[in-house]
Design a protein around this ligand. Sequence first.
Ligand SMILES: Cc1cc2nc3c(=O)[nH]c(=O)nc-3n(C[C@H](O)[C@H](O)[C@H](O)COP(=O)(O)OP(=O)(O)OC[C@H]3O[C@@H](n4cnc5c(N)ncnc54)[C@H](O)[C@@H]3O)c2cc1C
Length: 218
Amino acid sequence: MHKDVVIVGAGPAGIFTALEMLKKGSRQKILIVEKGRAVEERRCPKNKTGQCVSCRPYCHITTGFSGAGAFSDGKLSLSYEVGGDLPSLIGAEKAQETIDYADKIYLEFGADSHVEGLGNTEEVKAIRKRAIRAGLKLVDCPIRHLGTEKAQDLYYAIEQYLLQDGKLELNMVYASCRDDELERMSEQEKAELETHFQCSLYSDFDIALEDIFSGLLP
Ligand SMILES: Cc1cc2nc3c(=O)[nH]c(=O)nc-3n(C[C@H](O)[C@H](O)[C@H](O)COP(=O)(O)OP(=O)(O)OC[C@H]3O[C@@H](n4cnc5c(N)ncnc54)[C@H](O)[C@@H]3O)c2cc1C
């Protein structure tokens, strides 16, 4: 089996890496390995049970295509002044450029164009004054609100784009069986499991789960 790039994890980091490679016209054979399920197959039992049942072998909230934020209401803070260490690592200007760039991709895949928190209203001015008096800095941060179900729809659109778009050079491999299901299976049932996948564009690009998990992932 030959692959040029393996991306481990289909969270936003992995997804945007793949999107960026495709956008830049990469002809490399890309494989995304994701231990969870496709976004449309992710289900949290809490919706029915009312409480967390500690799913094994992994939590569907944090695991699967689109990663940890799939079931959140998806708030994207669009200012470099909010968030992690990016501005100190690459500079404020570049950080803002990068945020705007990523935001544009979300828009391309159907995010609501409305942005909250833009108006510098009298109310905001009053809060700012109070903040200054208290020795605090009020950060004006525009926020794009995807919405819980909308976030899943949006990631589904990205997933379909990565899997089905004509210029696809990428194969997605999902663990098709849970560990505890595997343990209960007979040898014959195990033998019938689909563990080989073929790239739609390269017929010689055959991907076997055992190759991936034995060599790459401890
Ligand atoms: C409840 C909740 C609400 C959130 N709300 C927001 C929000 O409103 N706005 C916001 O900006 N952020 C929010 N976040 C944070 C956001 O989800 C994370 O910052 C983001 O998901 C991080 O992306 P990532 O790709 O780095 O990691 P992750 O999203 O964690 O993705 C990692 C992926 O890798 C997979 N994986 C891990 N190990 C392996 C392995 N060995 N083999 C194969 N696959 C593997 C996992 O299954 C997962 O899909 C929220 C997070 C949570 C949990």
